[in-house]
Design a protein. Structure first.
Length: 695
């Protein structure tokens, strides 16, 4: 265990590292090592966006790494699936048996094997490098990794060409900041620092979100709209910008496509109409439009909460039109930021080696529909029944929607499941083999960010604990047992890291060798990427009207698409399940990571449901009472907190708890559905009707 003293002595070693988790901040870390033990993890004070500060989660990273429940040796299931009963085995025994089982299945059809992974680490080396090579060579089914951000990505691509935007460091110079669909204090802490600097400099901060989260509490104004109505609000803002001529006609003329058509549709959305749809006062919409049209520079920080509904991609499309209308892109501190990913150039082909498919075209399964897909029989349309799943960097039993189906799928006796993990998660309980993986302190990696513009290096600070191995090494060993002899399967983590940074002008000549020594390096390029146009769209302009969308048979203009499940769009369903449910992350968890870290779980206490007092009175529910939340898909048992931070007719279920750590063995995803977003095939976690009753 780490020493309780975090004071740095002359004998200590300081290692440069990077936070691996699915967060836009991608912090630069300094790990203090004493006698081979990591005694502290802190933020690098010299890194401009980390500025020495870490969230509560990552500041406790040594607690996670040295947790007494760490998986430190391979384990084989000895009890029924889901029982969590395992016995230790050697690496040789585990890998030999896994390889034989995969060979047997692949001989029938390799597409019956499915990888399942996502953001347990965002590092290029330990995520989809050696693993992708392995599955490409095998010819396994491909996984459409859509569970987080693909709807927003599709929306941005349609309008501005990709995941790009203003430099987060410039927000401190903005005069108006719209924080749209984000609880930044919880999920984007270092952006919030810049927003606070702007606020001290006289900027106005407005939070647009269905619940009064911690961020909304600290903004000047909170627009508390109904879930899934963001596009209607954005169109009403456009209506007012046009009606009052708060427009940059020169920017529109030079750098946009389709303004006349957009204008016509926007004029169909006066504030009164949007107010009825969104559930906010029309005058509040007018004031927001007045601020956006007259305060310069104006910046929008979107996050991914708003795109986890049926019309999520079109909501992002609509919002993404706003900066070009007022010429906000002209300014370093204007425009919008949802993701900075496409400012970087990563060499995906070198990392993942799709050429190993050798002309084969395996089917692609969407990770959002894993519940249905594991329960499907083989068919001509679907392809072979899924016979094996290899899970790494993910915990689908906790995070995938319609969780009861996910659990039923993984409980199949004829499904062979291998899980690479740090801990015995909900998914690990259903594995046939558990393989112990290293944490970020124990392996090498290279990262880009999606909330700033710095490449980051992660140097291993300590030797792997117990028998844990990096993901790359596990897949190397499996590849050898499968008989794969291509040189790429022998490449070291160092060699893979060196391939990640593409020789592209966007990277400005940054190399892995430089990065490993310095810890981080910023991309070149202007803070305002579209000050003079140059959008990465087919036209080179901001596309209000999209020819690509028209060619695909879709609306070339952004649409207002209401949720699959809401009182307005599904009135019959709403008679049985009248409450809209959203499930934003708890402050001290990151998806399902950190839930088992004792100090963080103690801060959260237990699974909570925020219920408006009006809804509680109508149901005879008292504050602190255990309640049952349910719909046709499932039910959960949580403690109710009566709160005006949510709207009447809406509940907030903070997640994502491990099932096994909740009162009834379920979590919020027992209630969510597997239907997909309008574009991007993403999940609709915040598009869900339920009812609540006293337990």
């Amino acid at each position: 265990m780490p020493d309780s003293s975090n004071a740095v002595s002359a004998q200590d070693t300081l290692v440069r590292a990077a936070c691996p988790h699915d967060c836009p901040d991608t912090c630069a870390l300094l790990v203090t090592v004493r006698d081979g033990v990591a005694i502290s993890v802190r933020g690098d004070p010299d890194h401009p966006t980390t500025h020495g500060a870490l969230c509560a989660k990552v500041s406790r990273y040594t607690e996670r790494t040295y947790h007494p429940d760490r998986l430190l040796q391979p384990m084989k299931r000895v009890g029924p699936k889901g029982s969590g009963q395992f016995a230790p085995v050697s690496w040789n025994e585990a890998l030999d048996d896994i390889a034989e089982r995969l060979k047997e299945i692949a001989a029938r059809d390799p597409q019956a094997i499915l990888p399942y992974s996502y953001g347990g680490t965002l590092g290029f080396v330990q995520s989809e490098s050696m693993a992708a090579r392995f599955f490409h060579k095998l010819g396994a089914s491909l996984l459409d990794r859509t569970i987080c951000s693909t709807a927003g990505e599709a929306g941005l691509k349609a309008v501005i060409g990709g995941k790009m935007g203003l430099d987060v460091e410039q927000f401190e110079h903005s005069k108006l900041i719209l924080i749209w669909g984000s609880n930044s204090i919880t999920s984007n802490l270092h952006f919030w620092t810049y927003a606070q600097r702007a606020k001290r400099n006289g900027a106005k901060l407005v939070c647009i979100d269905p619940w009064r989260n911690d961020t909304a509490e600290k903004c000047h104004d909170h627009v508390q709209l109904r879930p899934g109505t963001d596009a209607a609000l954005a169109y009403a803002l456009m209506h007012e910008l046009i009606a009052h001529d708060w427009l940059d006609h020169d920017y529109i003329s030079q750098h946009t496509v389709g303004f006349a058509a957009l204008r016509e549709r926007a004029l169909e959305w006066p504030p009164e109409r949007a107010a009825e749809v969104c559930g906010v006062p029309a005058e509040q919409i007018r004031q927001l439009a007045r601020d956006y049209g007259t305060l310069t520079p104006a910046a929008i920080r979107m996050n991914y909460g708003l795109q986890r509904v049926r019309g999520g991609a079109n909501a992002v499309r609509t919002i993404a039109c706003l900066p070009a209308l007022v010429g906000a892109w002209r300014h370093d501190a204007g425009g919008l930021l949802m993701s900075s990913s496409n400012h970087f150039a990563a060499n995906g082909a070198a990392l993942e080696r799709p050429d190993l498919l050798a002309g084969r075209a395996p089917r692609t399964l969407n990770m959002v529909t894993i519940g249905d897909d594991l329960l499907r029989p083989g068919s001509a349309e679907f392809g072979p029944k899924v016979e094996a799943v290899i899970v790494y960097n993910s915990n689908p039993l906790a995070v995938a929607p319609e969780g009861n189906k996910v659990r039923a799928g993984f409980a199949r006796d004829d499904l062979f499941t291998v899980v690479l993990e740090h801990f015995q998660t909900d998914t690990a309980d259903y594995a046939d083999y558990l393989l112990p993986a290293t944490t970020q302190l124990e392996h090498l990696d290279v990262h880009k960010a999606y909330g700033h513009r710095y490449w980051m290096a992660n140097n291993p600070a300590i030797a792997p604990l117990g028998q844990a191995k990096p993901n790359t090494e596990i897949f190397r060993l499996l590849a050898a047992r499968m008989g794969y002899t291509e040189p790429c399967f022998a490449e070291s983590d160092e060699q893979i890291a060196a391939q990640a940074i593409a020789p592209d002008p966007r990277n400005g000549g940054i190399t892995w060798e430089q990065l490993r020594a310095s810890g981080w390096a910023k991309l070149p390029g202007a803070a305002a990427p579209f000050a003079h146009g140059g959008f990465p769209t087919p036209s080179g302009k901001c596309e209000f009207w999209s020819q690509r969308e028209a060619d695909a048979g879709r609306d070339p203009l952004p649409e207002v698409l209401l949720p699959y499940e809401s009182v307005a769009s599904a009135p019959e369903l709403a008679t049985r399940y009248p409450l809209a449910m959203i499930s934003p992350p708890a402050r001290n968890f990151l998806n399902s990571s950190f839930v088992n870290v004792d100090s963080l779980r103690n801060l959260e206490g237990e699974p909570l449901l925020l219920l408006h007092p009006d809804d509680a009175v109508a149901r005879g529910i008292a504050d602190g009472q255990m309640v049952r939340t349910f719909n046709d898909r499932g039910a959960t048992l949580t403690r109710a907190r009566l709160s005006s931070r949510t709207r009447p007719g809406q509940i907030v279920a903070l997640g994502i708890w491990w099932r096994k750590l909740s009162a009834d063995g379920n979590n919020v995803n027992a209630l969510t559905h597997q239907r997909l977003t309008d574009l991007g095939n993403g999940p609709c976690f915040y598009d869900c009707l339920v009812e609540v009753a006293a337990a």
